[in-house]
Design a protein around this ligand. Structure first.
Ligand code: PEP
Length: 253
């Protein structure tokens, strides 16, 4: 049985006190959602320590939005995997399209970040997805295949067994445009096939999340698809009721 996951990527939003309040609301409402759902909240680095205290013992896991490619040392402004693990993070989002686009993250960087994450016991949520131009040119399958081959294929089978993948078409992120459930299923099934080509039967156990304008109103249709195991949620994760409703509508009470 694959894990059902609803993960919130808060991005660079909320001040620390607001983040604590948001996490408290999510904890308070968790009981209204099927306990089959694994909720993860990924606040900014600056809130991790306080949000860790709020979610402790609630069954809601904590994740970071990024980590450094290096272990430690003279890397001004970077935050290491060891640091976020020490604050109680279990997950780290890697390869988000905003990191690829605005901060020039390449597969080579991501290989090193993945290694750091695993070395410190973190589970990466590895994001893949094509931009609009690539989708319109019919290249989306090739784009995600390359993003998987260049990074995921470098993992050991043991590392792979912990990995979570998020398929996030860049044209759907923060745009209000969602992939149809059929489009999501088509590419999720393809991603699983690409994973299986390297890792065999283990690919059947990998949670593949959909991300891109996922909301309470479209979660049920998306998550009903066979290869869609939940969502990575941006905007709608900033309202506890919407975030919880995505879990509830997608997977039940
Ligand atoms: C994201 O960036 O991970 C995301 C899914 O954003 P949104 O839900 O706002 O489209």
């Amino acid at each position: 049985m694959r894990k059902k996951i609803v993960a919130g990527n808060w991005k660079m939003n909320t001040l620390p006190a607001e983040g604590v309040a948001l996490a408290q609301e999510v904890v308070a409402g968790k009981g209204t959602v099927c306990n089959c759902v694994n909720f993860i909240v990924c606040p900014p680095f600056t809130h991790l320590s306080e949000v860790a205290r709020v979610v402790k013992g609630s069954g809601i896991a904590l994740g970071a939005q990024n980590c450094a490619a290096e272990e430690k040392g003279a890397y001004t402004g970077e935050v290491s995997a060891a640091m976020i693990a020490a604050l109680g993070c279990e997950y780290v989002i890697l390869g988000h399209s905003e990191r690829r686009q605005y901060y020039g993250e390449t597969s080579a960087t991501l290989n090193r970040k993945m290694a750091q994450a695993y070395a410190h016991g973190l589970t990466p949520i590895y994001c893949v997805g094509e931009n609009l131009e690539e989708r319109e040119a019919g290249k989306h399958f090739d784009v995600v295949k390359a993003q998987i081959e260049e990074v995921v294929y470098e993992l050991t089978p043991e590392q792979f067994s912990k990995l979570v993948i998020a398929y996030e078409p860049v044209w759907a992120i923060g745009t209000g445009k969602t992939a149809t459930a059929e489009q999501a299923q088509e590419i999720h099934a393809y991603i699983r096939q690409v994973l299986a080509a390297k890792f065999g039967a283990a690919a059947a156990e990998t949670a593949i999340l959909y991300g891109g304008s996922c909301k309470p109103g479209n979660a049920a249709e998306l998550f009903a698809k066979e290869d869609v195991d939940g969502g990575l949620i941006g905007g709608a994760a900033l309202k506890a009721e919407d975030f919880l409703a995505i879990g509830r509508n997608g997977f039940g009470k």
